[in-house]
Structures are given as C-alpha cells and as structure tokens.
Write a protein that binds this ligand. Structure first.
Ligand code: FES
Ligand code: FES
Length: 171
C-alpha cells in the first residue's frame, strides 16, 4: 500500500491505501465523510456524486489514487455557498423548503449536481435542471419537488448576487 493524499473540502487527507480502493470508499471509510452515499456502486444511481474540480463525478467509478491532485467537494463541504459556518447553504435550504427530499438517500448527490449546474448557469430552465440531475435517481419524490427546489435555489442565488434586490436569504 502507498500513501494516497487527497484534497477534500479544502483539507488534505492522507492514508496508506490499496490501489483498488474507490474514491467513494476512501471518502466514507478513510475520511469519515458519510454524506457521500453508496447506492448501486456501479455508476447507475448517482448517490455517490461528488465534485471533482467543480464537475459532478460518480465516486464509485473513480479510484482514490486517480483523485490525487484534484479538488474534491463533498456534501459536507458545500455549506459555504451562501451559508455561515454550521448553517445550510442556499441550495440545501431550498431543498428543505420545497420538500425536495423524503428519505434523503439521493439528496447529497442531487445537491452537488445542482451546485455544479448553478455554478455555471445562474438562470437555468426547468429543462436544464432536469438534464443536470438526469444521472441521479430518486426513488421517493417523483423529481417534481427536486426541480422546484433547484429553481428556487437559482432564484435566491440570483437575488443574493443582485445588490439592487432585497436580501431574501434566511436570517
Ligand atoms: S453508488 Fe455510484 S452511481 Fe450508484
Ligand atoms: S428522497 Fe429518497 S431516494 Fe430521493
């Protein structure tokens, strides 16, 4: 085993790791970040989605050794988007408000897919949102409220970034 050092949510994590260990297992078992969920573990469901240099990636299909030298963001590291320490970010808050989750198993992957979309498209259409989450399976919601949550988050992020508009960020 060789040491594998990864940059996760802005912090370096290092551990002796076998080459066969997936990024998903490294995040959960080595880094202790259980918010990245293991679903199908063969690239179908999207529950394991993380951001790699800002792009959504299925961490069950990537080896930990392949992730050296890139920036990884997990659900635990996403609160900074519009949030103070310990608070929900704007996207997370919108999921709660629009009832975009039930059991929550798909939710971290959905939120990271939304984060990736909204970081490059501030005013997505419903079609854009559905396409962005098309690789993420939800067995509970029927997707309608997830789409509503992401559209709500997009609106709030635009309002936050528009200094002439009233601040609607929750106090
Ligand atoms: S657990 Fe990775 S895609 Fe399902
Ligand atoms: S909320 Fe249960 S799988 Fe999506």
């Amino acid at each position: 085993m060789n040491d594998v050092t990864l940059s996760i949510n802005g912090k370096a994590v290092s551990a002796a790791t076998e080459p066969r260990v997936t990024l998903l297992d490294y995040l959960r078992d080595v880094a202790g970040l259980k918010g990245t969920h293991a679903g199908c573990e063969h690239g179908v469901c999207g529950a394991c989605t993380v951001l790699v240099d800002g792009d959504p990636v299925r961490s069950c299909l990537m080896l930990a050794v392949q992730a050296e030298g890139v920036d990884i963001t997990t659900i635990e590291g996403i609160g900074g988007l519009g949030a103070r320490a310990g608070e929900l970010g704007i996207i997370q808050d919108a999921f709660c408000e629009a009832h975009g989750l039930q059991c929550g198993y798909c939710t971290p992957g959905m939120i990271l897919a939304a984060e990736a979309l909204l970081s490059v498209n501030a005013a997505p259409s419903e079609h854009d949102v559905r396409e962005a989450i098309s690789g993420n399976i939800c067995r509970c919601t029927g997707y309608v409220q997830i789409v509503e949550a992401i559209m709500l988050a997009a609106k709030r992020l635009r309002q936050r970034n528009d200094t002439s508009a009233p601040d609607l960020t929750p106090a």
